[in-house]
Design a protein around this ligand. Structure first.
Ligand code: ZL4
Ligand code: CA
Ligand code: ZN
Length: 398
């Protein structure tokens, strides 16, 4: 059933808005929106644009954001600027919504994660607009796969920014898909738990959320962000067992990741039978990420994309985390190639595209190498996580 590369062509559409890529989270902040421009430059140079329809750039509207976010938060995002923050009464409102200015709020941790940045409102409207446009291209049947690498901001809450995420474009896109499809599956391979999406749909049986993430509650000082996503969290009420969490230890490599991903996704697809799939492709699960602690190669990460693609269900591909920018750009370019079925045809030599100097340390190759780690091949923990997850899935009505 679900073997890779069936040779069948897919109609793919792609969203890219340079207006998103120019946003600056501030000096030393890990989130660098330019990574999306780097991925796009590669996609273009590899000739992949010819195989996709390019979605028109149309920022979301305020009304569209209100389909998920509450009134006070939407107004705050609209009104806040670095200047307004210093002068007016906006400061208290901003802090209540999890955003701040680091220089002013030295003690407020969320000011570092979710800074008041220049062009914040425009940025939110643009990346959310991309995910909505992509969702509509699937809903109207004009595309089989839709891509927005600037989306995937899975931590944003109804009334609060969290974890570098201001607007939750994923919730908005899923809500759009629910207007046209009976059941929507959300899969999250970012190294962080997809808490904002899970929280919103945890009582909903038409949406199943599945997150694979680093979860280490008993680490030295504080748990890995956001600290949620244990396997016991399975949803509530009508949505019970329509939430699945796959917590993993640091150091996950391609082989062990796929040992979990494939059997678990087989079971999810068979039990839930989604009409559309949303895949958050956070690239901080790659080896060498500045925040993540997994060891996936680009091909290992993209294996999740090709696996889900092989089920021939409308597929929405979104970005997310990813903090070693050359790795991120390699990954999302390669996954774009997977979407159009050309991954075997793109050269490992990084073409001249304006960002080639970022690839010096990896010998100007698209694929960086993951050093082998010698250790115990047989891993009981993997079996335990797999069993726990499959046990939750066994509770789902077929
Ligand atoms: C930084 O160096 O764990 C932000 C954030 C800014 C610049 C200079 C300020 C120095 C690491 C992170 C102080 C930074 C203190 N600068 C940040 C509990 C925390 C409170 C804030 O991939 N401090 C919070 C969020 C996570 C926390 C991860 C993942 C998003 C996604 C989807 C979001 N927050 C501890 C950290 C730095 C910074 C250095 C940082 N923040 C690392 N991890 C976090 O899932 C897009
Ligand atoms: Ca995840
Ligand atoms: Zn992440």
């Amino acid at each position: 059933s679900a073997s890779c590369g069936d040779g069948r062509k897919r109609r793919v559409c792609y969203y890219y808005d340079p207006g998103v890529a120019n946003v600056d989270y501030g000096a030393n902040h890990n989130m660098v929106p330019r990574r999306v421009a780097m991925a796009h430059a590669l996609v273009e140079k590899y000739g992949l644009l010819a195989d996709m329809e390019r979605l028109r750039v149309r920022p979301a509207t305020e009304a569209e954001l209100r389909a998920f976010h509450d009134d006070a938060y939407v107004r705050l995002l609209r009104d806040i600027t670095p200047d307004a923050y210093h002068d007016g009464d906006l400061r208290d409102r901003a802090r209540a919504c999890g955003v701040g200015v680091p220089e002013t709020d030295e003690t407020d941790a969320s000011a570092y994660d979710n800074p008041v940045i220049d062009g914040l409102w425009d940025y939110c409207l643009r990346y959310a607009g991309g995910s909505l446009a992509a969702a509509r291209a699937l809903a109207d049947g004009s595309s089989d796969i839709a891509i927005n690498w600037s989306g995937g901001m899975h931590h944003a809450c109804r009334g609060k920014a969290s974890g570098f995420c201001y607007v939750n474009d994923i919730v908005l896109a899923i809500q759009e898909l629910l207007e046209h499809f009976e059941r929507v599956l959300y899969v999250d391979i970012d190294v962080h738990h997809g808490d904002g999406v899970e929280e919103h749909f945890k009582r909903e049986s038409r949406v199943m959320t599945v997150s694979f993430h680093l979860y280490d509650i008993d680490r030295d000082v504080k748990p890995f962000f956001p600290g949620t996503g244990k396997v016991e969290d399975v949803g509530e009420g009508d949505g019970k067992y329509y939430t699945l969490n796959v917590p993993m230890k640091a150091g996950m490599d391609d082989e062990r990741y796929q040992q979990l991903f494939r059997p678990i996704m087989d079971e999810v697809m068979e039990k839930f039978v989604p009409d559309a799939v949303v895949l958050q492709c956070g690239a901080d699960s790659l080896y060498g990420d500045r925040l993540g602690e997994f060891r996936l190669s680009v091909k290992g990460h993209a294996g999740c994309v090709s696996y889900l693609r092989s089920f021939n269900v409308p597929l929405l591909l979104l970005g997310g985390g990813g903090y070693t920018v050359n790795h991120v750009a390699s990954c999302w370019c390669y996954e774009t190639a997977v979407a159009v079925g050309k991954e075997k045809e793109i050269s490992d030599e990084i073409p001249f595209h304006g960002y080639e100097h970022y690839y010096r340390d990896q010998g100007y190759k698209l694929h960086f190498t993951v050093p082998k780690k010698n250790g115990n091949k047989k891993d009981d923990l993997i079996d335990k996580i797999k069993q726990d997850a499959l046990m939750n899935l066994a509770m789902l009505k077929p």
